[in-house]
Write a protein that binds this ligand. Structure first.
Ligand SMILES: NC(=O)c1ccc[n+]([C@@H]2O[C@H](COP(=O)([O-])OP(=O)(O)OC[C@H]3O[C@@H](n4cnc5c(N)ncnc54)[C@H](OP(=O)(O)O)[C@@H]3O)[C@@H](O)[C@H]2O)c1
Length: 244
């Protein structure tokens, strides 16, 4: 891979898929900037990553916080923004069927899964090198979904549509989307037990009969950043879940 020396900004880089991406990128010689809300989490992630790592505390669901980060950061090459739908365990338990969900919850999912990425691109792209790329985060649900995921399905579908427009408008910066299936991460621990049990049942029906790992998604992330001919691509890495 040619990511050695690249500067990669990973908002949500202190855990799960973001941390795995940061670790792999640093191992390839990239300079990594990881962002998240908790300074403690960022510090321990930086220790784990090793190599050339900067840490930045921000709330990516807050526009002013994202703007302040990029005003200060300087030039960089690649960007990804990885904020989960629910900020914690209690919010995750409130993601229920559409008619039973408080409208504010739906809006919160959009703030986390859609607006955080919009803010990242809006304020990050002007500082990116012309050979750089953005990897937006979707999930399998715009193509195959299950109950209780209406907010994240809608936000992910909107992100995939936005990516196609941005791939044209931001060129030569490339814009791709990664779409993971069910991946075991620390964030997965926030999911209520019965929904987690449903994940396990669905994974058992997939061609690859298990949950994915953060490292397997990180490989896809780095592939999309590295491959200079990939743009407007949606990369599904889901163990074949879409076919079940
Ligand atoms: N795991 C899956 O099965 C799966 C499947 C499809 C898509 N995804 C998506 O992949 C992304 C990463 O998921 P994950 O499972 O790896 O999550 P995770 O292990 O919970 O990690 C989330 C990261 O985002 C940071 N974060 C959370 N809220 C933030 C905010 N408002 N502002 C800035 N940083 C914030 C967290 O740090 P702090 O808590 O310190 O802020 C942490 O570094 C998410 O967008 C998720 O929706 C995950």
């Amino acid at each position: 891979m040619s990511l050695s020396g690249s500067r990669i900004v990973i908002i949500g880089g202190s855990s799960g898929i973001g941390l795995a991406t940061a670790r792999s990128a640093a191992a390839l010689g990239a300079r990594v900037v990881i962002g998240g809300r908790s300074l403690d989490r960022l510090r321990s992630a930086a220790e784990e990553i090793g190599g050339d790592v900067e840490t930045r505390a921000l709330d990516a669901s807050d526009e002013a916080s994202v703007k302040a980060l990029f005003d200060d950061l300087g030039q960089f090459d690649h960007l990804t923004v990885l904020v989960p739908s629910a900020p914690d365990k209690s919010a995750s338990a409130k993601l229920v069927n559409f008619l039973d969900m408080e409208p504010g919850r739906f809006e919160q999912v959009f703030r986390n899964r859609f607006w955080s990425q919009v803010y990242g691109v809006r304020y990050g792209a002007p500082h990116m090198s012309r050979t750089g790329s953005i990897v937006l985060m979707s999930e399998t649900s715009p193509r195959k979904t299950i109950p209780c995921y209406s907010g994240s399905s809608a936000a992910a579908g909107a992100i995939e549509a936005l990516a196609r427009s941005l791939a044209i408008e931001l060129a030569p910066i490339r814009v791709n989307v990664i779409s993971p299936g069910f991946i075991a991460t620390p964030g997965t621990d926030n999911i209520p037990a019965e929904r987690k049990a449903a994940w396990d049942r669905m994974a058992a029906l997939q061609p690859v009969k298990r949950l994915g790992t953060a490292e397997e998604i990180a490989q896809g992330m780095l592939f999309l950043m590295d491959n200079a001919y990939a743009t407007a691509t949606v990369l599904d890495i889901d163990g074949g879940y879409r076919l079940t």
